[in-house]
Design a protein around this ligand. Structure first.
Ligand SMILES: CC(C)(COP(=O)(O)OP(=O)(O)OC[C@H]1O[C@@H](n2cnc3c(N)ncnc32)[C@H](O)[C@@H]1OP(=O)(O)O)[C@@H](O)C(=O)NCCC(=O)NCCS
Length: 148
C-alpha cells in the first residue's frame, strides 16, 4: 500500500535521494530547511519531494526524485498528485523549475504542468560546475506551472 509521510526532523538523512535531482549539496541546503519534505513509501521509500512557500499563493517544487530502480513506475506522478491535494485551497498554483530542453520537462507536462517562463543562464550563474543531464548541458531554467 502506498503511503505519504512528511519528514520534519533530520532532513539531511535523505540527502542521497535529494542529490539525484539536484547534485550540488549546498544548493539543496538553500531550500531544504525552509521547505516541507514528503516521502512516498511503498514497501520502503521510493520518492521524495521538497516544496517551499514562495508567497503570492505559489508553492514551488524545489526537488523531486525517485530512486533509479523505482523510476517510470508512476511514483513521481502520485507524489505530485498528493502534493496537489494537500495544498489545494492553501495555494493557487504549483510552480517548478527544471533544466530547459531536458526530458524532465516532459515528466512535468505529463503531470499537467504548462511552460511559463525561462530564467536565462540559471545553471551557469548558480552552480560551481557544469551540470550535464542525459548528455545535455544545463544552461537555462525552464519554469512550469499548474493551477490547483
Ligand atoms: C523525474 C522523476 C522525478 C520522475 O519520477 P518517476 O517516479 O520516474 O515518474 P512517473 O513514473 O510517475 O512518471 C510519470 C509520467 O512521466 C513520464 N516520465 C517520467 N520521467 C520522465 C523523463 N525523465 N522523461 C520523460 N518522461 C518521463 C513517465 O513515463 C510517465 O508517463 P505516463 O504517465 O505516460 O506513463 C524521476 O525520473 C527522477 O527522479 N529523475 C531524476 C531526478 C530529476 O531529474 N528530478 C527532477 C529535477 S527538477
Amino acid at each position: 500500500m502506498i503511503e505519504f509521510l512528511e519528514v520534519k526532523e533530520n532532513k539531511e538523512e535523505y540527502m542521497p535521494l535529494l542529490l539525484i535531482a539536484d547534485e550540488q549539496e549546498d544548493m539543496v541546503k538553500k531550500y531544504l530547511y525552509r521547505g516541507r519534505v514528503f516521502l512516498l513509501i511503498d514497501d520502503g521509500v521510493k520518492s521524495i519531494c521538497v516544496v517551499t512557500d514562495e508567497g503570492k499563493g505559489e508553492l514551488e517544487i524545489k526537488n523531486i526524485a525517485s530512486y533509479p530502480s523505482s523510476q517510470k513506475k508512476g511514483y513521481g506522478k502520485k507524489l505530485i498528485e498528493f502534493i496537489e491535494k494537500k495544498f489545494k485551497g492553501e495555494f493557487n498554483k504549483i510552480i517548478v523549475g527544471t533544466g530547459r530542453g531536458t526530458n524532465t520537462v516532459n515528466f512535468y507536462k505529463k503531470c499537467g504542468f504548462i511552460e511559463s517562463f525561462i530564467v536565462k543562464d540559471f545553471f551557469i550563474d548558480n552552480y560551481d560546475h557544469e551540470i550535464i543531464e542525459n548528455g545535455v548541458k544545463l544552461i537555462d531554467m525552464q519554469y512550469l506551472e499548474k493551477t490547483i
